[in-house]
Design a protein. Sequence first.
Length: 255
Amino acid sequence: MMELKTDRSIDQMRAAGRVVAHALAAARDRAAVGVSLLELDLVAREVLREAGASSPFLGYRPRFAPVPFPAVICASVNDAIVHGIPNDYRLRDGDLVSIDCGAKLAGWVGDAAVSFTVGRARPADLRLIATSEAALAAGIAAARPGNRVGDIAHAIGRVCRAAGYGIPDGFGGHGIGRSMHEEPGVPNEGPAGQGTKLRAGMVIAIEPMLIAGGTDDYACDADGWTLRTVDGSRAAHSEHTVAITAAGPRILTAL
């Protein structure tokens, strides 16, 4: 069920989104060659704890998952697209890392993701990350009252495809509010002018996911969570929680 948020509710979601932004920034600052993914999760946990926030990721178990998610961040490295479970893997020079994080504060949820490189970056990785950020910006620009969800999807897909990248089939953004996943779904590709009409008060998470090899195919690891490219190519993921307002899109998870 889709809930239109009041201005006060959006301000409260902004507070949750600010916690997410700080957790992502702290994890990114800690990331370096030799640092484990578990250490990045601990850094994010501490940010949430200090803010008095809880994690909508920790213990989350959708229907497809064999076990509840055991961390407060998703940490996806290189050919992992999304939903990577933090483990004792230690980052290596040139790794491409995508961190997804959520926070729940005063009953409201924020959700965002960022991709970056560790050590000496490959030019191809920098281009992939920059394109994921450009696709996110294009999707956000289309998040205006009177447009439709398909306008967001079309804007994202056009940027990704023009650069020659793949888009994982069936995965995309979502409504967000008191719960992490609400209506409507927000695809990363599709025809403009289709889908749910956007109204002031809607809040959505927009999250392009790009596959460098150009295929849309993915496989799930044995852990039941991590989605990985089938061709071994690298992936990037960018996300913001965005409120649709009469004055235009308002990013709730920016620093």
